[in-house]
Design a binder for this molecule. Structure first.
Ligand SMILES: C[S@@+](CC[C@H](N)C(=O)[O-])C[C@H]1O[C@@H](n2cnc3c(N)ncnc32)[C@H](O)[C@@H]1O
Length: 232
């Protein structure tokens, strides 16, 4: 397991976990992320959590093949239920799933988050649902990242617990407070694609029969397009 074998996406996720020595990777599949981190840094210990039997077995195999069975424990279970307070987990990664699923894993397991210093979350879609969960649960974003790999665009959200509730505007929740300021190339590409798709939907809505519902939907979409185009 080296940098060449790891996807650029997971390598970027790993970069935000570098300074922690007790890590949990939830939805670990082949346990590539904890194996990569543990091979790179000798002091790292990890828990790889998996709900499904196939990926759970694949994770166990990868850990054993990498000679890391002493340092990575593969546990079967849903979401954060595999973590216990005695594990003293410092940082959690949840990557490669939809934003709503990541948010529901956090919501269902929030009693397991005491003492966790950092969450590194990589949604494949709908990152805004995670941002909403974070602000409602007193986590604040310390960084955001975005990258393109094999034609797909991935966002990474890095959050830490906060004493007080933070506030993000509607557009910050949608686009990300850091990303909408920095506007890197994959960010512009992602949102230009979204705007183009919304414009297409708008055209369809305008062609069809007009009801109160379609008018409301149309106005909402026009507003959203305007908001995003202003940032782009
Ligand atoms: C698409 S894979 C991503 C694997 C890896 N994290 C990555 O980013 O490449 C998602 C994995 O999450 C697992 N998963 C889905 N829901 C889960 C849950 N509630 N708890 C634990 N694992 C879950 C699936 O079985 C699958 O192996």
């Amino acid at each position: 397991m080296n940098e060449k074998q790891l996807s650029m996406r997971l390598e970027r996720v790993a970069a935000y976990l570098d300074s922690y020595s007790k890590i949990a990777d939830i939805g670990s599949d082949h346990a590539y992320l904890p194996c990569f981190l543990s091979l790179r840094t000798e002091s790292i210990q990890a828990i790889a959590g998996e709900i499904n039997e196939g990926p759970f077995q694949a994770a166990k195999k990868q850990v054993s093949r990498s000679g890391l069975s002493e340092r990575i424990e593969v546990r079967k279970g849903s979401g954060l239920s595999v973590i216990e307070s005695k594990d003293k987990v410092e940082a959690i990664a949840i990557a490669g799933m939809g934003g709503p699923l990541i948010a529901s894993i956090l919501e269902d397991g929030k009693n397991r988050l005491a003492g966790v210093q950092r969450l590194v979350l990589q949604p494949n879609i709908a990152a805004h649902s995670i941002r909403k969960w974070l602000i409602h649960n007193k986590y604040y974003l310390v960084n955001e990242d975005i990258l393109e790999e094999d034609g797909k665009i991935y966002e990474i959200l890095v959050a830490e617990p906060s004493k007080e509730k933070r506030h993000y505007t509607e557009i910050e929740l949608l686009l990300g407070p850091f990303l909408s300021k920095r506007r890197p190339v994959p960010f512009k590409k992602k949102w230009q694609r979204e705007v183009d798709a919304w414009k297409q939907v708008l055209k369809e809505l305008e062609k069809g029969k007009q009801s109160n519902e379609t008018v409301a939907k149309r106005n909402e979409m026009i507003e959203k397009i305007k908001m995003v185009e202003e940032v782009l």
